[in-house]
Design a protein around this ligand. Sequence first.
Ligand code: SF4
Length: 401
Amino acid sequence: MSILAPAARVRRLTADEALTLYGRPLFDLAGAAHEAREALTDPNVVTYLIDRNINYSNVCNVGCAFCGFYRTRRQDDSYTLSFEAISAKVRELEAVGGTRILMQGGVNPYLHFSWYLELLQHLHDQHPSIRVEAFSPEEIKGMAKLTGMRTDEVLRALQAAGLDGLPGGGGEMLVDDVRHARHVSPARISADDWIRIMAEAQALGLYTTATMVIGFGETPAQRVQSLLRVREQQDRALAEHGNGFSAFISWTLQTKGVRIEGRAPGAGAFEYLQNVAAARLILDNVVNHQASWPTMGYKGAQTALFAGCNDFGSTMLEENVVSQAGARNRATPERELVRQIVDAGFAPRQRDSLYQIVRVPDVEAMLAPEAPSAAGAQQADAEAAADGASSDPPAAGAPAA
Ligand code: SF4
């Protein structure tokens, strides 16, 4: 029996079977993954989140070759945001109905641990309705090194100060031969440590996600190996306390303008969709799979909705967009995400980071054409430009400590 046949998919794929997925015709693979998604989540619905990324500091001492975000402290454009600057960004998110911030930075050895605790306390006091999901295992490891505490102690202290979750930054490829390769990041947190810190966060009840990046030059077997690390940890977490990864998100390595350019092949739409679909079939214990519009463009992300994904990710509001937030339905990326989901034939639903539906958007009102006006024409021009831009992957170097 083919492992893509519906009857075969009720049982778990072995590592050998998982590897064969990467040799299957793409449309067969995507079709099987789509059926698996339909069996686990509402077939008609695609969810999205209104959130904001805040990068509190770009100072980092890890030096990943694929990262265009980090700076040393001596560089002119290094920064660490003040609490008030972070708060101002959160207020803009609140104004457009957002529910969480995703806050990451570099591994900054010059920030005292008390700075993080005070920041979380500040956010908790000033913005009680916003969930704060912040830091990555790499940053937690950095804080542990700085303080001499164990990573679980660091997590416990951060949680007591207001941390709600640990995003999956730095998952990339959970195979040390790949992540520690000279052309990638020899100083990167190991796969074992990444999994261990995620497991500690899950045991504390924190929200977590698993991420994966392809395109470092890894083999299909290494992709499977990485996915199986996630599946194994999810099994353990669900068996021990029921709090595992809330979602799986994969994307392709962005190489333009960073040191890894020319030294890693990256990956295109075909490999992205192949990996998305294979992940849906291999990770039978992770319910939510997210499409990645920031890296694959809206077209790639829409296609991923037919290869196993049930979620369109988040708005990741940017300052220049949020500043126009007075006209919510026109000026925020929410409208665009809703449009993409509707155009793909699904019903959009705003969710929170725990994948609970918090709002059914008024699609008709949101997508209704506006009466033409001088301001409206300018807006349309800006949106058309944004549409064009969004079809291409953004520049490399999104921070992913
Ligand atoms: S990816 Fe993260 S850990 Fe690596 S250099 Fe960039 S900010 Fe630092």
